[in-house]
Every structure is written in structure tokens, then in C-alpha cells.
Design a protein around this ligand. Structure first.
Ligand code: 3DU
Length: 214
């Protein structure tokens, strides 16, 4: 893993062998590797431990349950050695606080807006309230759309110096440099990298483009 990188690899491959090889090859060029339900359901939760041996791992479980259930899940994620975990904030302060308390040293990122078109139906109209709920719950940072500069800039303005990680780059139309310019600290990139004919090269190019902004 690279401490100075602003790239987070979204490892949404369901071929576990390929996913692990790619994680190893790309980890020197990214800050962290994000695992989501597809790879966890195919490989089993131990994939979190396995990748944590050589990289920071962010578990994108988008937790959205009552406090007790959120707590039980986060305790297990912590045992498996993850560096961070992602939870929804719309369920309210108590549910999110349960995540923060169970997380210990793990970083908690809350979703305050999303990158898909349907996010404008409801969720993205409430990002200010979701940021306030998240701050009161004590999260470390936010997940905000890297392909929606207007929303991302508003979230950055309200988030102050808190960390923002942004998906929506590449396959969902966003650009990594524009997202960082609009306020993202890190960009989350999946298909643009793992569907490329040379994923390591694409990851290195993104990493280099972003490092030139520093
Ligand atoms: O579109 P990509 O292939 O670069 O993958 C983006 C990843 O980020 C994927 O794991 C998805 O579940 C996650 N994500 C979003 O794409 C959008 C959000 O608002 C939140 C998370």
C-alpha cells in the first residue's frame, strides 16, 4: 500500500483468484482496497484478513440496521483486521454511533450522498442533514459522489477538514482529477481499473495523475 496515494481500489471481482492477484499487484499504487458484498460473498469474510496482510482494507458493507445488529457486524469486521468500514447515515445517529463505538481504531465512513441516478430521488436531497447526523455520531469521514461535482462541493463545504472518499469515477462518468479538485481526498475506482486490459498500468496512471495535484 502507498501512504501518499489518493487511490482506493474497488475490488468488485467475483473471480477470487484474480481478485487476490490484482489486489497484490495494485496495492503498491493505492492507499487502500475496498471490498464489497460481491467479493465477500464469493470468497468468504476471510478475504478481509487475507488482504489486510498487505493493504488497508475498507469494508463497504453499507450498514443500515438497528444499533445492536450494526454493532455485531462491526465487531466481526474489526476481528478480521479491516482498516475501515462504510455505513449508511440515513438510519440515524444511534445506529451510526453503534458502528463508531464498535469500530475502535477502525475508521468509519458514512454515506451522505450516492453516485447513481436514483440517488437524486431521495438520498441526495438530504446530504446536509446526513452530514450533521454523521458528525454527531463521530464518524471519521464521508462517502460522497465523485461524478457529481455540485453535490461534492457542497459536501466538502459542510464537511470542513473531514475525509471524503468518492466513488463514481470512470464507469459511472466521473473523472479522478475533477473529483479531487471538487473536494475528494481519495477516489474509489473499480471497473475502470479491473476491466482494463492492463489494470496495473491504469491504476498507476490514476495514482500519478492525482499525485501531480499535490
Ligand atoms: O463504478 P465502479 O466500478 O468504479 O465501482 C464503484 C464502487 O463504489 C462499487 O463498489 C460501488 O458499490 C461503490 N459505491 C458507488 O459506486 C457509489 C456510491 O455512492 C457508493 C459506493
Amino acid at each position: 500500500m502507498s501512504d501518499g496515494s489518493r487511490l482506493i481500489l474497488a475490488l468488485d471481482l467475483v473471480d477470487v483468484g484474480r481478485a487476490l492477484r490484482m489486489a497484490q499487484d495494485i496495492s503498491p499504487h493505492c492507499f487502500a482496497i475496498k471490498v464489497n458484498w460481491p467479493i465477500i460473498l464469493h470468497a468468504g469474510p476471510q478475504i478481509i484478513r487475507e488482504i489486510s496482510r498487505f493493504s488497508r482494507v475498507i469494508c463497504d458493507l453499507k450498514l443500515a440496521d438497528i444499533p445492536n445488529t450494526n454493532r455485531l457486524i462491526v465487531e466481526r469486521v474489526r476481528e478480521l483486521g479491516a482498516w475501515g468500514v462504510i455505513a449508511h447515515s440515513f438510519v440515524g445517529q444511534d445506529s451510526l454511533r453503534a458502528v463508531v463505538e464498535a469500530a475502535g481504531d477502525m475508521k468509519v465512513f458514512s454515506v451522505v450522498a450516492m453516485s447513481h441516478p436514483g440517488a437524486s430521488d431521495l438520498l441526495n436531497r438530504f446530504h446536509d442533514m446526513l452530514i450533521d447526523i454523521s458528525m454527531k455520531a463521530g464518524v471519521y469521514g464521508f462517502v460522497a459522489p465523485g461524478n457529481n461535482e455540485a453535490v461534492l462541493r457542497q459536501i466538502r463545504a459542510r464537511a470542513g477538514g473531514m475525509k471524503i472518499i468518492s466513488p463514481g469515477i470512470g464507469a459511472q462518468g466521473g473523472d479522478e482529477v475533477s473529483a479531487v479538485a471538487a473536494g475528494a481526498d481519495y477516489v474509489i475506482v473499480g471497473r475502470k481499473i479491473y476491466q482494463a486490459s492492463d489494470p496495473v498500468k491504469v491504476a498507476m496512471e490514476i495514482d500519478q495523475r492525482l499525485s501531480m495535484m499535490l
